[in-house]
Design a protein. Structure first.
Length: 259
């Protein structure tokens, strides 16, 4: 399979999701990606890659200066901090990778920190999902540090990460401080957010010129808090925001943008 993909000059998309070949698949893909110049999208969701398979795959892409891969789905693969470090190097080096899905892995705070160290230096990435990775407050702080200077991301999914108030505050403060931020879509659903975090979301809605969609689904709030966010989400001509930010505040994420 690896040789076929490496020499293939036609296929632009490959979906091997749910193929339980574990590390072997990562090694095969790593070898073939060193020479492939046509593949644009690669889906490896739930293939048990782990850190080892992820590292080999990332190295293959790093070695291929002519790679055109733009969309990479590595969700549900048990990837931890070591795999995250390899992917961080890929983010720094790649000029083609636009979308990266790392949802439902095991990054934790250390993995978030490894990614964040290079996120501010990435050349192309516009969409990143870190959903369900238990990055917690410390991981939120790391992501926030990267967002202070990142100017490529337009969509970020951080839901179900136990960010709590401090982790969310770090993200919001960074986005508000970064006048070059292009972030339009932000998902912070089900993060154990309290009153302080809700106020921070209000600040973001009041100050962001780029935000178009925000999900805080699963966040318990009073009617007055919800009303305050709705008011802050209105169009802000003074910021250059011609339309109101769309909010998802209840229990339903239907129609919220997906990666």
């Amino acid at each position: 399979m690896g040789l076929i993909i490496e020499k293939n000059g036609v296929a632009e998309s490959l979906d091997l999701s749910n193929c339980k070949s574990a590390v072997r698949l990562g090694h095969a893909m790593g070898r073939c990606l060193r020479g492939n110049t046509t593949l644009l999208a690669l889906y490896l969701r739930d293939t048990d890659l782990g850190d080892s398979g992820t590292t080999v795959l990332a190295d293959g892409l790093i070695q291929n200066g002519a790679s055109k891969l733009a969309h990479l789905d590595l969700s549900s693969n048990g990837i931890g901090p070591a795999g995250a470090a390899s992917l961080a190097t890929l983010l720094e080096k790649s000029s083609s990778l636009l979308k990266l899905n790392l949802g439902c892995n095991a990054l934790g705070p250390a993995g978030a920190d490894a990614l964040s160290a290079k996120l501010s230096q990435c050349k192309a990435l516009t969409s990143l999902s870190l959903m369900e990775n238990e990055i917690e407050e410390a991981g939120g702080a790391s992501i926030g540090a990267a967002l202070k200077t990142n100017t490529t991301l337009s969509a970020l999914w951080l839901g179900k990460n136990n960010l709590k108030n401090d982790g969310l505050a770090a993200v919001v403060e960074a986005l508000c401080a970064n006048k070059g931020s292009k972030l339009a879509v932000l998902d912070v659903q089900k993060n154990g957010l309290g009153t302080a975090a809700i106020k921070k979301l209000g600040q973001l809605l009041s100050e962001s010129a780029s935000l178009t969609a925000l999900s805080a689904v699963g966040t318990k709030m009073e009617f007055t808090e919800s009303e305050s966010l709705q008011l802050a989400a209105k169009e802000r001509p003074e910021l250059g925001r011609a339309k109101a930010v769309k909010l998802w505040l209840g229990a339903d994420t239907k129609n919220f943008p997906e990666l």
